[in-house]
Design a protein around this ligand. Structure first.
Ligand SMILES: Nc1ncnc2c1ncn2[C@@H]1O[C@H](COP(=O)(O)OP(=O)(O)OP(=O)(O)O)[C@@H](O)[C@H]1O
Length: 930
């Protein structure tokens, strides 16, 4: 830096200090030459502040540790930001994110550039950190200087005479100078810190404050506030975006950090859509959706909208009342003691009664406040949980295709807890403390304005110094946690691989590694102990020092008969409460900002409206009318793979009251057809009709109530067998006879009765305590009991072994038999033998209907797909048989088959045995032919 600039900086700095000194000097003498005094003081304060601010701002840009110096750091940070936000290709990101491999030649060159950028970043960040350390030290000393100046000025001001109007006016002007000094300090601190801050990044909709890149490698861990991962390898490196406004508390909790992976997701999203939602799971049937970023005010409004206005009013009244009485108690105590010192019986009795009443009122109000805040939070939480769950339940199926269960659980639990956490903080730390400070300040002023000026002048230094030490102590503590975690990690690894450790004789090596981590943790722990001690000592000194000033100055006033002893007591008690309130306000000032991101994630789901609403539309046709389904030129692609047309113009009829089978090779779109019938998705081209009505116009809840589904993966709930069978029906919609009848038809009655508590037996979360075949039979009973008008059987036996398949197939046959004529049935089958009796068979291939007709008609088509599929399946069965034959003797195989058949028949009720046996024989015959 040139010497001219150095002088410029020094001059600006001195100019700023001169403002303070002018205030200080002005306070030193009484008001004499009114106009000149006022102009001089006003001019110095305004001109000095303004000029010095501008000058310092200009000068700071050229300080040696400045971020903009030579633009080196700014360039590196821009490079990093671009790399992380995905503007560069995978190869360029590789060294930074350790995720992809460099491939192309240009990629290699880019990767090298980024490598260089990363190493220069480390050097620049180190330089920046040195600058930050220096700026902290400078700020600290300036603050001490300001605090001493303010205190000295306050002492001078309070001793000025206030005999007439003009001298009182002069005192008021001087008193106003005290907060100006504090403001000057805050301004100066901001300027110094911003010069060493580096480039900031703003993540709209994620966090309101600017975030700064920080390298946390080897300096204790931080957790990403978005994904909760420890910043490190898993989160794409040791870089973190840190908020400097939201700082961690003394135990290292709190603060706001975003890891590179989360930054990347959010930056890409905001870049691509122009609006960041911070979530990544918002989408409906028609595509992704983006939420508007939320401000703190909007968030507060939404929170308060969760409860009635009257509930909020009650809480506010309780909080204000409790704080009012709490601030008034020291006054009553002081007054009582004053009456005592005056030996005035009547006044003492009056005061002590007043004190007693205040104590009772305060206890009642505190209790009411605690109940009111708890109730408010509980009501909000209950309200929000139900709305959130409702919103999650009603979303389009496309939403769930994208969202992971973990993400949704996180919305329901973590995000909701975090979003609601500021409720008690706002009430306890904001409303309560502000009321306490206002009432306390009023009482103090009423008792003695002089003592008030003195006490409040030392309040800000106390809070500032304690906060600085807290931060330092928290960093040390976090480092200790990290080294302990490293030690635990290395011990676990060594013990898990103990054989390898011993095999390679690495016992001593492992011990040294472990000892190294423990030693570092011990050293930081010792440092932390000293740090905590020093922080405690300093804040105790400052706190007690303030009490000392109150006692010293108040005592002198009392000795001069200007002040009552009781007022000193009032002041001392109030001081403790007010400093506590101020510290708590200072510590929690950023809590709502931190909660906004969690709040945004919750409210964006609450606001998300599905593209396929379920509870509006035309009613389902009445009972007497049969329903048929028609696909007309239907086209469909899944949102996650828009380029792949799963259905490419399908036209087909699922005729009313008939059985229609859909076959085709795996992946040809059979299940997608059934999902469109259920209207899980809407086609992108063409339409699905129910009789003559387009499916999109039907009342979806009513419609789905009339559809019975048996799919390959039956999901059972942790409920009784009966509840599982009647799932989705209200108690008035079925009788126990209906349930048992459905179970009998589904071949399930016998095994259900054999369960420990029959129909009342609880089955596991995913039906773990039932076999696959038993689950399927429950699912068939579930479909039957609803008396469906449309039945979808989607490869219901595909996941079963031979024994279970026969049982389930028998149940399905009986189900179809039962439903024939009254219900429209769509069967998706991969074993063709099961559908050859269908009224119509539709063959799908690559998203198109290629053949349709009855079994016999389709077999007639020479080299038709259906005929080929049948031939292949028969061959497959034959080939299996031949292979088996090589391994076992024919006799053994027959014996095994017979015992298997006997076991199956044993498990089947007597009246069903014939059907099952016939089914097995047909299959055996088919396989034999092959
Ligand atoms: N939720 C989804 N998101 C993206 N693609 C999907 C989804 N579900 C299915 N697909 C794809 O759509 C195509 C058709 O799937 P579909 O399940 O309809 O086939 P299928 O004929 O029923 O197959 P299978 O007989 O194996 O069950 C497949 O390529 C599949 O990978």
């Amino acid at each position: 830096m040139g010497s001219g600039r150095l002088w410029f900086t020094a001059a600006a700095f001195l100019l700023d200090l001169s403002t303070i000194v002018s205030l200080f000097l002005a306070a030193n003498r009484p008001f004499s030459n009114r106009l000149v005094d006022l102009v001089l003081l006003g001019g110095r304060v305004l001109g000095g502040s303004l000029l010095s601010t501008v000058a310092i701002r200009l000068a700071l840009g050229h300080w040696p540790w400045s971020a903009s110096n030579g633009h080196a750091l700014a360039e590196v940070q821009r490079e990093l930001t671009r790399a992380i936000s995905g503007e560069m290709d995978g190869a360029r990101q590789a060294p930074l994110l350790a995720s992809s491999t460099a491939s192309s030649a240009s990629g290699d060159a880019m990767a090298q550039r980024l490598d260089e950028a990363v190493s220069s970043r480390q050097q620049e960040l180190k330089k920046l950190e040195r600058g930050q350390g220096f700026s902290k030290a400078v700020t600290f000393f300036i603050y001490i200087f300001f605090a001493v100046c303010s205190l000295r000025t306050a002492i001078e001001v309070v001793s000025l005479p206030t005999a007439d109007f003009w001298s009182s006016f002069w005192v008021v002007v001087q008193v106003c100078g005290l907060p100006i000094m504090q403001l000057e300090f805050i301004l100066l601190k901001g300027l110094i810190q911003s010069s060493t801050a580096g480039d900031s990044v703003t993540l709209k909709g994620v966090h309101e404050h600017p975030l700064y890149w920080t390298d946390v490698e080897g300096k204790g861990f931080v957790r990403c506030s978005l994904c909760n991962e420890k910043v490190g390898e898993l989160t794409g490196g040791y870089l973190t975006l840190q908020c400097r406004t939201c700082t961690a508390n003394r135990y290292g909790f709190g603060g706001f950090n975003v890891c590179t992976a989360c930054y990347r997701k959010n930056a890409v999203k905001s870049g691509a859509a122009g609006e960041a939602s911070g979530s990544g799971i918002l989408r409906g049937d028609k595509g992704p959706k983006y939420a508007q970023p939320m401000t703190v005010i909007q968030y507060m409004k939404r929170l308060s909208g969760l409860v009635r206005k009257s509930t909020l009013a009650v809480v506010l009244i309780c909080v204000c009342g409790s704080q009012f009485f709490s601030a008034y108690i020291p006054k009553a105590q002081g007054d009582t003691i004053s009456a005592l010192t005056k030996q005035n019986d009547a006044e003492f009795n009056e005061r002590i009664l007043e004190f007693a009443l205040l104590v009772v009122a305060n206890a009642i109000m505190s209790c009411s406040m605690s109940i009111a805040i708890q109730s408010l939070q509980t009501r909000m939480s209950a309200n929000m949980s139900v709305r959130l769950f409702d919103s999650l339940l009603k979303q389009d199926i496309a939403f769930y295709d994208n969202a992971m269960t973990g993400q949704m659980n996180s919305r329901l639990n973590n995000d909701m807890r975090q979003a609601l956490s500021p409720v008690s903080i706002i009430m306890n730390a904001f409303v309560a403390n502000i009321v306490m400070l206002l009432v306390g300040f009023g009482i103090c002023l009423q008792s003695s304005w002089r003592l008030t000026v003195l006490a409040f002048t030392v309040l800000t230094p106390v809070v500032h110094i304690s906060a600085e030490f807290s931060q330092w102590a928290s960093k040390l503590m976090m480092s200790q946690f990290t080294y302990m975690a490293d030690a635990q990690g290395s011990a676990t690894q060594a013990l898990t691989n103990i054989r390898t450790v011993r095999m390679f004789g690495a016992r001593t090596l492992e011990l040294e590694k472990y000892e190294g981590h423990i030693r570092k943790s011990r050293d930081v722990g010792l440092q932390s102990a000293w740090g905590q001690g020093a922080a405690g000592l300093l804040s105790a000194l400052v706190q007690q020092g303030a009490s000392f000033i109150i006692l010293f100055y108040g005592g002198h006033l009392a000795l001069q008969q200007e002040f009552e002893v009781g007022a000193i007591i009032t002041f001392t008690y109030l001081w403790n409460r007010l400093s506590g309130a101020f510290t708590s306000l200072n510590e929690n000032i950023n809590q709502p900002v931190k909660a906004v991101s969690a709040g945004q994630r919750v409210f964006e789901i609450l606001d998300l409206q599905p593209d396929i609403p379920e509870d509006e539309g035309d009613p389902f046709p009445e009972e007497s009318k049969q329903v048929g389904i028609r696909f007309e030129n239907v086209e469909y692609s899944y949102l996650s793979r828009p380029d792949k047309k799963v259905l490419a113009g399908v036209t087909l009829d699922i005729r009313a009251g008939k059985t229609t089978a859909v076959v085709g090779k795996s992946g040809c779109g059979k299940s997608t057809l059934s999902k469109l019938v259920l209207r899980f998705y809407d086609p992108q081209g063409g339409a699905v009709y129910l009789n003559a009505t387009e499916l999109q116009r039907m009342h979806l809840l009513q419609y789905r109530n009339k559809v019975g589904v048996v799919s390959q993966d039956t999901q059972l709930f942790r409920m009784t067998v009966t509840e599982n069978i009647t799932y989705g029906l209200r108690a008035t919609e079925y009788t126990m006879e209906d349930v048992e009848r459905a179970a009998r038809l589904a071949n399930a009655d016998e095994f259900i009765r054999a369960l420990p508590e029959g129909y009342s037996t609880m089955v596991g979360e995913s039906g773990h305590d039932l076999s696959g075949g038993q689950k399927q039979r429950l699912s068939i009973a579930r479909a039957l009991v609803r008396r469906p008008r449309i039945l979808l059987l989607d490869e219901a036996t595909s996941a079963l072994d031979a024994e279970n398949e026969a049982l389930v197939q028998a149940a399905l046959d009986s189900l179809m038999h039962q439903m024939q004529g009254t219900c429209t049935i769509m069967v998706i089958a991969h074993r063709l033998s099961t559908i050859k009796d269908a009224d119509r068979i539709i063959v799908l291939h690559e998203g198109l209907v290629v053949e349709q007709g009855t079994h016999e008609e389709l077999l007639q088509i020479k080299e038709g797909r259906y005929a080929t599929m049948i031939a292949r399946q028969l061959q497959g069965a034959g080939a299996d048989g031949a292979a088996d034959g090589e391994e076992e003797t024919k006799e053994k195989k027959v014996d095994d088959a017979i015992s298997e058949i006997m076991a199956i028949l044993d498990a089947v009720k007597e009246d069903k045995r014939k059907d099952v046996l016939m089914g097995i024989m047909k299959k055996a015959k088919g396989a034999g032919k092959g």
